[in-house]
Design a protein around this ligand. Sequence first.
Ligand SMILES: NC(=O)c1ccc[n+]([C@@H]2O[C@H](COP(=O)([O-])OP(=O)(O)OC[C@H]3O[C@@H](n4cnc5c(N)ncnc54)[C@H](O)[C@@H]3O)[C@@H](O)[C@H]2O)c1
Length: 317
Amino acid sequence: MKLLITGGAGYIGAHVASLAKRSGHEIIVVDDLSTGLADRVDCEIVNIDIATDESVSALSRLMKKHRFEAVIHFAAKKQVGQSVELPEHYYQQNIGGLANLLLAMRANKVHKLVFSSSAATYGIPEIDYPNEDYPAAPINPYGETKLIGEWMVKNASVWGLKGVNLRYFNVAGCEAPELADTAEFNLIPIAIGMLKRGEKPKVFGTDYPTKDGSCVRDYVHVGDLAAAHLMAVDYLAAERQEFKTFNVGTGTGASVFEVLAEIKKASSIDFEIEIASRRAGDPPKLVADTSRIEKILGFKANHGLEEIVRSAWSAAS
Ligand SMILES: NC(=O)c1ccc[n+]([C@@H]2O[C@H](COP(=O)([O-])OP(=O)(O)OC[C@H]3O[C@@H](n4cnc5c(N)ncnc54)[C@H](O)[C@@H]3O)[C@@H](O)[C@H]2O)c1
């Protein structure tokens, strides 16, 4: 298939582009390189900032030239804290960018879209394993942009769009060092970065109602997540279904202490841990109910926490 991947120079997009290419798909990447790295990509990159008005005609020209069968849309800003400081920027980038993409897709009759959503759409759920029907209630502008993005994908069925929203849980690890996550916004890269700088990794809150008192999350290997995207594209190509949302995770939780223990193992460094107080907005436990994606797409994560941490550590070494 001929695929357009927006944000394909980013951490997750580059993994998907690489897997898609190896699976025989033809890929074009659109990316403005605002947080991405051109070196991650082994195919044509077209530099377009999709959040600008002009991007609609630039994307349209590209779609006319290439006749894409489907689009996988990653291009967005993803820093939760920054989204609280700069909400308008996040609405412009994440919602505006998707609106421009949909306008170009509609005008050029590109009818299949896989959208990067997030477990941030759940906010602080009252249950540990939310499924996709659990009411979404994001607690920050970033999560809101993802939920609104899901609605936009759903509402575009009016002109025949078939869309899949993938709600990623905690994405980590890498398939190759050059594809690694170089930003420090999630526990694993943050802890590894601190360790490399000789600082003590921190645990925020040790009095949560969890197995060891620290927060529990669902860590999914980026290689497994990449496979889920190609399954979603195949699903859109085969099914008459217009719209579906899927959690993407492992269905198993790991605590902050367990993650740090894996980092000790991978690094062979017996580092000290700093205990800090709870942060606002951290649910005690957030793990995906993966029954829908298992049943409908046949997705099952193949990598566990040990492989995730080992790959992240060796990429940083
Ligand atoms: N990393 C995670 O844990 C996680 C979890 C849930 C959802 N997501 C979502 O997955 C997607 C990819 O995340 P990532 O971790 O690879 O982030 P990333 O920052 O590495 O990748 C985003 C890519 O999009 C590009 N981009 C950003 N704004 C753009 C614009 N206006 N025009 C064109 N290109 C633009 C960037 O240059 C970058 O290459 C994002 O939509 C993010 O919200 C990520």
